[in-house]
Ligand binder design. Sequence first.
Ligand SMILES: NC(=O)c1ccc[n+]([C@@H]2O[C@H](COP(=O)([O-])OP(=O)(O)OC[C@H]3O[C@@H](n4cnc5c(N)ncnc54)[C@H](OP(=O)(O)O)[C@@H]3O)[C@@H](O)[C@H]2O)c1
Length: 325
Amino acid sequence: MRAARIDRFGAPEVVHLADVPKPQPKPDELLVRVKATTVSVADQRLRSRRVPRGVTLLAAPTIGLLRPRLHVLGMEAAGVVESVGSAVTSYAPGDEVIVMRGARMGCHADYVTVPEGGEVARKPRNRSFDEAAAVIFGGHTAVRYLDGVTIGPGSEVLVNGASGAVGTAVVQLAAARGATVTAVTSARNADLVRSLGAARVIDYEREDFAAPGTAARYDVIVECVGNAPFARVAHLIRPGGALLLVIADLPAMLAAGRQTRRSGIRVDHRGGDMGAEGMSRLAALAEAGDLRPVIDRTYELDEVVEAHRYVDTGRKRGSVVLRVG
Ligand SMILES: NC(=O)c1ccc[n+]([C@@H]2O[C@H](COP(=O)([O-])OP(=O)(O)OC[C@H]3O[C@@H](n4cnc5c(N)ncnc54)[C@H](OP(=O)(O)O)[C@@H]3O)[C@@H](O)[C@H]2O)c1
């Protein structure tokens, strides 16, 4: 089968199309023909080995240290079940599904496998494969982190980095729960985040949302950029509130427990688990329109290097879809 492969770390040009063996499903697995996936920040990180400060050794068992451990990137996919293992009972060939392989990657290829009880769910019926693929990476992250907080009408939520794959999903899901969302983004993305449900927009190029003396207070801050650690934003969070660190370096991870105990603010750098149940909820949110896909650009598999180049700009809005099937 075709796959986008890396044999060394580096710039987008290290990615190349190759013929690799088609995976064989184990008895409890589905073999899925990939129709669409995305090139995400995770792919960029695994390709370039550019990880948050202090995390290189921690990530080595997954990413590799001198050479990539994973040769085919791609965390997630939307596709069609091609065949099922002998023990599979709830899926059949022809079923349309969404799959999250997470750190095992492998979705930038014609086929992937996933355990029946793993992170797989039926594709939202009213979404194309491109659209379904576009909600998985950000939606999965947003659901996992927002599951850890109680928000609803009257809650104030600030999303730092509201225009990325994760931010666009968090804005939508927080607004769908009734929270008042403040989105931190650049002026060029203000209309986008408003259309997703943000009530207020702060242009980070003109205003420091965390400036000392700022009167605004939030129940939850969701940090998706890497420049809003506890020390910078704790004074903005109400007692009993939460700082959700979608992106955290090693010092921030190590300090989170202590900060939580001392401040009464929940500092979470992990998010919760998803599983098959979470994937079904994610699909239902997409089908109901609470989580709409934000597709910036779409590339064919043989344009994968271009897709990586675009993700490397750091300016993508929502998802960059990679069409495989
Ligand atoms: N913990 C987890 O499980 C997990 C899961 C997924 C992702 N992540 C991490 O979360 C981070 C975000 O991921 P993503 O997929 O959302 O990234 P992304 O889609 O690449 O984010 C790109 C967006 O970031 C915005 N941005 C850049 N600098 C900004 C700033 N200073 N302030 C506000 N917005 C800014 C850009 O908007 P402008 O062009 O307007 O600047 C752009 O739209 C990544 O570091 C990723 O590694 C963690």
